[in-house]
Structures are given as structure tokens and as C-alpha cells.
Design a protein around this ligand. Sequence first.
Ligand SMILES: [Ca+2]
Length: 526
Amino acid sequence: MKETRFIPLIIALFRSVNKYTRKLKFSLFFFASALTQHLQGELVVAEGLAVEYLAASGQCSNLCRSDGDGRAEKKKPNILLILVDDMGYGDPKCFNPKSRLKTPAIDRLAREGLMFTDAHAPHSTCIASRYGLLTGRYPLRDNHRFIKPEKITLPKLFKRNGYNTGMIGKWHVGFDNFKGKDGTAKQTMTGGPFDRGFDEFFGLWGSLDQPPYFYMKNRTPVEMPTEDGKGKHYFSKDRFYNGNWLPGKIASHFKHVEVTPRLTTEAIKYIDKSAKKEKPFFLYFALPSPHGPWVPTEEFKDSSPIGVYGDFAQQVDHSIGQVLEALDKNGITKNTLVIFTSDNGPVWYQRDRLKHNHSSASIYSGMKGDFWEGGHRVPFVVRWPSVVRPKRVSESMICFTDFMATFAEIAGDKFPEAATTDSRSFLPILKGDLGHQVRDTMILNAKGRSVAYRHRNWKLITAKGPGGFTHWDGKPSEEPFGQLYNLAKDPSEKNNLWSKVPDKVKAMSSLLAKEKANKKNDKSLK
Ligand SMILES: [Ca+2]
């Protein structure tokens, strides 16, 4: 169109007056916007000009942010969700200055993004945690070992909003025709990631310490597990201590030590491939490490001062670094939302803390499997240079179930089932409102009928002791029925107030009962 000849003039005019009055800049902005609409997309440069103005004047508070070069991207962001396995809140240096591990990649994410210090897995073990993450629902509401086909999932959400979706790593939330540990692999395994919203999948059916051992691509084993694997000292004195693996069927070329680097390579391949495509991508990169077996490669053996676990955890950090480099190399770092977190707390006993002078749960009590904070409070970082400003910290309570509402908002999803009963968006925090509180309450860690329940800084546990893997010296007969802690004053959960503040126990118990019964607005509930 003939009007395009005015574009260079408009740009020159805008840049020349950028130093002058605010009123004049407003006028020019509206003029540029109107002209952009008039020319219906031909004036990409003029649109960029409008964004440039917004960024320069601090008005670009929605899903764009200038990084100083005056440009901001308007395309929906790529999403890279990195979920590691059994890494504690106290392992990454950025969350625990006393950590004895070197975690430069996770630290980089924190430096360039936003740390959540009160983030939680909805359960302190692998399967239920992943169920909550993928469905946006508290795992206690369903049979969390299998995602029913009618359920909304994160990849389904992204897919229906124009995304390519991929998963690399550990699934562990069931198949139609494979029962998991000790089960027999099938030539075609349905009901897994490929049938729950992911366009492509490469990885493991479950944990790396449980047979059968084989890689899957989409619905099919890459190589059937036909050999007899001997396992490795699984039933040692402390079942979970050395992180070794159970005997069982194994594919003839499958080697445990190769899994972390192999999955990392696959994630990089996915990013390289997806960066060239028109559609944005959602990649769920679920490393099965540093969950046992602790199998660092030669490069990382003896690399840490705290033994094999530390070596392996540092290798995991290295893998994360490689994936971040792949984003850099493809030039998509700026508009890729990266989340790093862990599915539950560490396998790190009290004697490990003492022996190695390292607390994988930082100041928090307990470990994987527990009701205590060490079981489910997890390191959680969001980096999104187009929107999130660097070096930010939020103390808002969030839960993995909040991914659903947050991602629905980011992807532009309008459907009501995406905002499930258990999901709250934390997008306002990403956009800069660091004082925003995402939720007042949260149900965690159902073990049988017992739960941990948060109401702001108060925490109620409807059971005695840690409930999980921590060796507990308490005598149940001498303990009150449950536990109540004020985390603001007692983050390490040392002072049980159950008997001292009965009114709070009563009030929270009532609130919990209502929340457990609240199923409204949840069309996916079956
Ligand atoms: Ca885990």
C-alpha cells in the first residue's frame, strides 16, 4: 500500500521526539497504533515502534518486556518445564547458601529470573506429585496412578492453543495395558504421554530403580526388555540409601549410567528441531535423576565433596546447563519461559546431613515421603526474559497444581475446566506483582487419609511424626493426634502447637473438610 512510504518518516520522527514531552509521545504512540491497525499487519515496523514506545515508557506490563534494545516479542512463549527427581530445596546454591554443591546452571536461572521460596509439590513422592503437576488437581481427589483419558492435562491445554508438545524423560503416571513395576512391557503401550496430549515422547515409563528397564518412543519400546538384569544391591541395610536398582527385565543395550546424558541429548534435539517451527513449543523435560540409582558418569565421579549423590546432582545441573545453552544457541532464550523444579524432597537422612555437613532440605525438617517441609517444599525458579525481571524473589505459596491455571492464562485458553478447583494462576507475580499472594490454603501429601494442610503460615498435619522416610524416634502413644506448626516462627517444625492452640486446629480442620469436599467448577472430575 502507498501509505507504507510514511513508515521511515514515522520512525525517524518518533526517535527524534523520544527525549521530549510525555504528552507528545503519547500522541505519537496513538497515531502509530491507529496507522498500524489501518494497514492491517503490513506495517510490522510500525507495530514494533508501538512496542518500542511502551517499553521505553514503562507501560509494557503485559506479556512483553524490553531488554533494552527496544524490542519485545509478541508471539506466545515457548515453555520448557524442567522437572528433576528427588532434588532437595537445600541442594541448589541459590536456595541454600550453605549448600556444598556447585549448581551453576540452576543459579544462572535464578540470577536471570524469579525464585519462589514457598513452592510445593502436591505430594512428597514421585507419582502423585506428577499427577498433580500434569492435571492441576490435588492427587488425593483421584486414583493418581493413572490419568483418565477425559482429564485435561498440561499438554492438552497447550495443544489446543496452538502449541507443539513434547515430553522427554520419566512418565510414571500409568498406561492402559502396563501395570508398572514388575509389569511386562508391550509392543504398543497406550494411555501414556503420547495418548494424554504429547505429540511426541521419548523416555522411561517410570523410575530408574524399578524394572523393566527400557526406553520408549511415543507408544513403543525402542528395544524390548528381554534380558534378566541382576540389579545392584537394592536391599541393602537402608533400602533407599544407595539408590541402587531392583533386579528385573532389561533391554540388552540399556545402561543406567547413560540415561541422564541420553535424555539430555534428546531434549536438546527437541529444542533444535522445535526452534525452527512456526508454532511455539511446550517441552516437559522430566529427568529421572538425581533419584536413585545414583549413577554419575566418569566425568562427574568424585566431583562433589558429599559423595555419589552430590556427584550425580551436579551432573543433573550440568544437563540443565546444556539445555539452557541449546535455547541460547537457537536464539529463543528471550521468549522461552523456563521453569526449574523438583518433584519432591531429597533422599538424604539425618546421618547424611551430619556426615557430609550438607542439608539437602536446607533448614527444613524431613526428606522425601514426609509430611514435613523437607518432603514437599521444592526449589522453584521461573526465567522468562520477555516478561520476568531478573533477580526477583517471591514468597507466595504456590503448588504444582497451579501450573494449569497459570499456563491457561499464558496460552490464552478460555475453557473453564482449565481453572480447576485446585489451581490458581501465579502469572501476576511473573508480571511483576511480587506482593501478590496466589493462594491462602493448600492440601499436600495425602498418605492414606492423612494430609498436610496449609493456611497461610500455619500448617496442620493430620498424623503423628514425619509420615515418610525419616527415621522417627517419637513414641506415638505419647504424641497428640496431629501436628500444628507456625512456619513463620518455626520453619523447621520443631514446636508442635496441636495441644496448645486447639482453636486453630479446629478452624483449620473445618476449612480442610470444606476444601476437600469442594468439587464445583471442576468438569473434569470423575
Ligand atoms: Ca521423586
